[in-house]
Structure formats: structure tokens, C-alpha cells
Design a binder for this molecule. Sequence first.
Ligand code: ZN
Length: 487
Amino acid sequence: MPPEGRKRRASYGLHTQKRIRKTPDPTKTTNINMKATRQTMQALALAWACLAPLTYAEDSQATKLLKKRSEHLKPLVTKVSPSVYVASGYSPANISMIVGTDGVVIVDTGTFPDHAKAVLKEFRKVTDLPVKAIILTHGHGDHTGGASALVEDAKAQPAIYARTPFNPEGAMFVAGGVQINGLRGARQGGFLLPPDKRINNGIAPAVNPPQDQNIFIGRPPRPTDTFRDGRKKISVAGLDIELVAAPGESADQLYVWFPRERVVFTGDNFYQSWPNLYAIRGTGYRDVKEWIGSLEAMINEKPAHAVPGHTQPIVGERRTTEVLNNYRDAIKHVFDKTIEGINKGMTPDELVEYVELPERLRDLDYLREYYGNIEWGVRAIFTGYLGWFDGNPTHLFSLPPAEEAKRMVKLAGGEPALRAAAARALKEDDAQWCAELCDQLLALKPGDQEIRTLKAEALEALAGKLITATGRNYYLTVAQELRKISK
Ligand SMILES: [Zn+2]
């Protein structure tokens, strides 16, 4: 769902359009009806004008929901089953402990050593047994960066389990010399924003990493025991545990199955939010088809509890079954509809209006777009299969931005008219259009501070109406960049 007010998604777009098409023949509409409609619209406009200042002073529905989410992200240790403890909210990613006979097994390490230390302190209230093994559900920095604190705490070097090739996403950026993902990641994470501009990260509390560190690449520890595919059974600290290859959010993802207490540790293939099928910091294709298969495999284990990579665990068999099934259904629906639209020849811009969640899944809190966004997932699926070309030959060789802008200025009746239209769009609460017109003007004069500031205002307006924390942070950070006087 885009920011509130940009009414283009099917939930209030396609269906409405269909209804409009079914309205009676307009030639049969009487003058009286038209007059009545005009009067109603004038009355509504007046009411809106009176209410508008109040409405602006209040949080949007999206912001209210995102603020409420912060409650869910507070530090909490949950005893999920007799031997399984989950620390959520101490770090962007969860840290879990399985208590064995002569040691404990840790699943994921949190983002920074200090976070892991804080969690260990809590876990030590339960047991003093040493860390015998660490399992990394995947190589992303938010799950691996705390490992050194856990290794330090252990009496002997613990085994570190992961899949191979480990952290291929980070390795690809490094090998290709791609660095911009560091800045884009910081924008997405809100790391460059003052604390009062951040609410949370949708599935994680707001945390600031050290300036020199790209947490999305991270500095993961070197795994000591790896496997490539299928299922690896391990026995450690008196516990029988199964590690299962589960590509999805990353190619190196695994889930942990603890059969004795029927607990599945899902990694980032599940958490309580619409998933990041695509991350706006920039990632290669996350294979959504495989992701669905991995959820299917977890469901087939018949778990009684699910421990996600972020957010609080799901406890109890009925709830776990229901949540995982709905989660799988939702992703599968979006995937299937996207492919259906692709085969009809739709472009990504058309697909995002075509694909929507079915009614029964739309308002489930664990599918809300706190972190990922359905539209971005739809675009990613298109690109994953077909690459950048949307199929419209006009776009094979698009006009360069400055050339298009020159023509737009002419069409608008000159630069002052285009500037006025951009300013008017914001006043009329059409922030997206304002930003798009600003882009035209900035293509010709990138340093124009008046337009940079206007675009910043448009982005801030969009941020205030978007529930997806990653997009909200990105809007606000770029607004901050635009407000800085350009040289
Ligand atoms: Zn994560």
C-alpha cells in the first residue's frame, strides 16, 4: 500500500473503477441530479476546509499504527517451551537460547556485541550453562554482528553452524565494488535521522549503528560447520536439532527445527509484518517461489511454536498453524497474481494496481506493511523474472531526464507555471505529484534550493502517511539531504 491519500491501489482503486464503469448511462442523469451533486460537493469542500487544520495536526492512521507497533518491539524474554527462550527487542534481530544438559545453543546473535551481552545477562538468570554452539539462520549483519560477545563468554570455542555459501549477498556487493547500498541502507534504516524523526523500523526498535559500519553487509563470524542443501541433523549440549536449507529472504537462509519441543526458528522467512520480498536499500532478486516453498516446509514440520527472526514469537500450535498458513497464503497469492498479470502483458506500474491481498488477509496485523511493502514485492517479482525492461518499447530508449524536463516546462507554459503547479499540488495534498513535478524542475536545475525544499516538504508529507518504516525513513532522510544547501 502506498502512502495514504495516493488512491491508486486496488482496494480503493480497481474495485471502485469497476463500480464506476457500472454506473448508469450519464446521458440519463438529470440536471437536478447534477445540481444536487454540485451542492453536496460544495458542502463537503467547506467541511473539509474547516476540518483540514485539525486533520493535519493529528497523526495519520499509518503513523498511529506504526507508533503502536513500538509496544511490540520493547525488550522481552519469552519462554516459548520448556527449553526455549527468545529475547526480542534487545537488538534489531532476535537472539534465542535452547537449554541442553551441559550447555546451551544460541540461535542468531543480534546486531552488535553489546546487544548480545545484554541478552546473555537475561539468559544467565535462567541458566549458567556455557554456550556450546551458535546457529546463524543466515549471514545478514543484523543476525550475526553480536557473535563475538557470545564466543568470548563461552569457555571453549563454540561450533558456529550456517549454510554455505554464507552471506552471498554481502559477498556480491564487495566483489562487484558496489558501495551505494551502504548509503541506501542507512536511509532505509533511518540511521542518519535525528532520534525524534524515527518511530521504529517496523520489525525492530530504532537502533543506530557506529558510523563506519554497514550493518547490512556486517562483519559476520566465520562459521565452523556448514552445509549446502537439504537437512543437517546435529547433536549438541544433549540436544537433537535439525538445520534445514530454506532459501527465501536470502539464498543462505536456514530454519532450525527442534523436534523434542516442536519449535521452528524461522530466520527471516517469517516475522510479524509483510515481508521484505525486496529491500529498497537495493538487493538482487529474493526468490519468492523458493520462499513460499520454505514456508511450506516449515508448516509441514507441524510446529507448536514459531520463533521469527524479528518480532515476538508465536506460541501455541493452533495460532502457529494459522499464522504460518496465512503468511504462506498471502505471499503465494501476491506471487500468483503478479505472474498472472505479467502473462497478460502488464508492466510493473500496472501490476501494482492489479495485485492486492484477498479480503480475509488484508487486516491481519502480522501481514501489515510495517517493514516490507506489497508494491515493492510485486515489482521485484517482475524484475526477478524479466529484468528491467517493462515491455513497453517507449521505454527502450527513454528521453534523458533533462530532455524530458525541457519539454515538460514548455508544455506547462514555462518554468514559473511548472513551479506554481508543483507548489499547488502540495497545497492540494497531492504530495506524490508535487515530488514528480519537482523532479522535472530539478533535472534542469539540481541546485535550485526553493524546489529542493519543496520536494523535501512533499517527501515529508508522504512519509507521514506511509506505514512502511523503511520507506518512511528513506523519505525523511532524502528530505533532510535536500534541505541542506547545495553547493
Ligand atoms: Zn533480519
